[in-house]
Design a protein around this ligand. Structure first.
Ligand code: 5AD
Ligand code: SF4
Length: 444
């Protein structure tokens, strides 16, 4: 029998974090290069590829339940190749086939580059195929970006994590840290800039430990400085940073002309007891020192944080310490997550003893507190001028434009549609907890 090499309609669906979206975009590019045709509608596709997240149980369940629908249709006779890729694939490996026997391919986080070939093999010989393992690097770093608009892109600069926070599954599903060589990244930045990109966000699970093991040495501060010199690049951002690895040099880099004064520095908790149990490697006091350092070296920089509520053993007292930290630092953005035990992590051995309703209450309370703070801090910006990269029509009110200030604050702009993709100076006229509102400043 001749191997079938006709193009497939492929639908690549990302779940979870921005790195997953960048991975999904890279996978789609690889498949397109092989002649396959991307489609948006999963039900129309010959191959459905889920790039999954397993950071919390809920994320994993969502992917499996959506794949379950495809599996049922497959049992009813629809011909479709089902691929579980990414973090769930790495975690479950062969076990995924027990959960969903209709899967054709299970492809882990360091095997994406094999997908075109794995699809060919499944078409020629049938499945299932399991390709997992954290040795080696994905072989497709050359063009590793996610283009979110003609003028914005995310570029993965490092992967993996060596920190082993006690709650976190990432080190087990993304493997050890490694950094891409700076010249390779800068070539990519140049190519993107030549193609009209103005704003680039560097991605890494632990982005501020970028450079570990590189010879000659290079760190994130240096990479940002060099990328800022590339013609056409107007804005540089980076996520996500670990407090333990925050250097004075990186705090200084936040004040460079092209680097956005925005630092996502997850604190996770404000209680030293919980921080120690989380194996975060810093105390509340150290975290506050770092905040001071950033505020001294990059005045006006916005700080954002993630928090986990309901970690095993978290008492009301511990939670109040987290609340105080939010009040004290006045983060511009706060992302709150209810603790979810992940099998294989150190914390999963502790009893998940904070009741669901308490986790929910703390979650809502922390978000409400942050909204109050954000409303106050945003109100202080009324009357000031901010530079906005206009992204396009506002989703809520398409007659207006939406974009972001360098601090990541959303800005709704009254102006003509031609401003899309431009950086404009906007006079802030009003503000809510979630956005600033204004119009372009008059020229001259
Ligand atoms: N349960 C809840 N939240 C988690 N996060 C990571 N692991 C877990 C977990 N097991 C959160 C952290 C991290 C963000 C990406 O997800 O706050 O910063
Ligand atoms: Fe989810 Fe973490 Fe994997 Fe990103 S790296 S997809 S957040 S488990």
């Amino acid at each position: 029998m001749e191997a079938d090499i006709s193009p497939l309609k492929v639908c690549v669906v990302p779940f979870g974090c921005q790195m997953n979206r960048a991975d999904a975009s890279a996978i789609q590019e690889l498949l397109e290069r092989r002649g396959h045709v991307p489609v948006r509608d999963e039900d129309e596709a010959d191959a459905v590829i889920y790039v999954t997240c397993t950071v919390r149980q809920h994320a994993e369940d969502r992917a499996f339940s959506r794949l379950g629908r495809h599996a049922r249709r497959k049992r009813d006779g629809r011909r479709v190749i089902l691929v579980l890729a990414g973090c769930c694939a790495e975690k479950e490996a062969r076990g995924a086939l027990e959960r969903l026997p209709e899967l054709d391919i299970v492809c882990g986080t360091r095997r994406f580059h094999l997908l075109p070939e794995l699809l060919d093999r499944v078409r020629a010989q049938g499945g299932p195929i399991v390709a997992v393992g954290l040795d080696g690097r994905p072989g497709h770093e050359g063009g590793f970006h996610w283009r979110t608009s003609p003028f914005q892109a995310f570029v993965t600069v490092m992967r993996g994590c060596d920190n082993f926070c006690s709650y976190c599954i990432v080190p087990y599903v993304r493997g050890r840290e490694y950094s891409r060589p700076p010249d390779e990244i800068l070539d990519e930045v140049k190519r993107l800039a030549d193609d009209g990109v103005k704003e680039i966000t560097f991605l890494g699970q632990n982005v501020n430990s970028y450079g570990k093991g590189l010879e000659p040495p290079c760190d994130l501060a240096e990479l940002l400085a060099r990328a800022g010199e590339v013609e056409g690049i107007e804005r540089l951002k980076f996520v996500t940073s670990h407090p333990k690895d925050l250097t004075p040099e990186l705090a200084d880099a936040l004040a460079l002309p092209k680097v956005c004064p925005y630092l996502h520095l997850p604190a996770q908790s404000g209680s030293n007891r919980i921080l120690a149990a989380m194996n975060r490697g810093y105390t509340r006091e150290r975290y506050l020192e770092l905040v001071e350092m950033v505020r001294e070296r990059a005045p006006g920089a916005a700080l954002a944080s993630d928090f986990i509520v309901g970690f095993p053993g978290e008492t009301e007292e511990d939670y109040l310490r987290t609340r105080e930290l939010v009040e004290r630092v006045r983060f511009s953005q706060v992302f709150v997550f209810k603790y979810s035990p992940r099998r294989g992590t150190a914390a999963a051995r502790l009893p998940d003893d904070v009741p669901a309703e308490v986790k929910k209450r703390r979650n809502n309370d922390l978000l409400a507190l942050h909204l109050e703070i954000a409303a106050e801090d945003n109100a202080k910006l009324v009357g000031s001028t901010v530079e906005v990269l206009v992204e396009g029509p506002s989703r809520r009110d398409p007659s207006r434009l939406a974009g972001r200030a360098p601090t990541e604050r959303i800005v709704i702009v009254d102006g003509p549609p031609e401003l899309k993709g431009e950086i404009v100076r906007v006079r802030v006229e009003s503000a809510t907890a979630l956005a600033l509102y204004g119009r372009p400043e008059e020229e001259g």
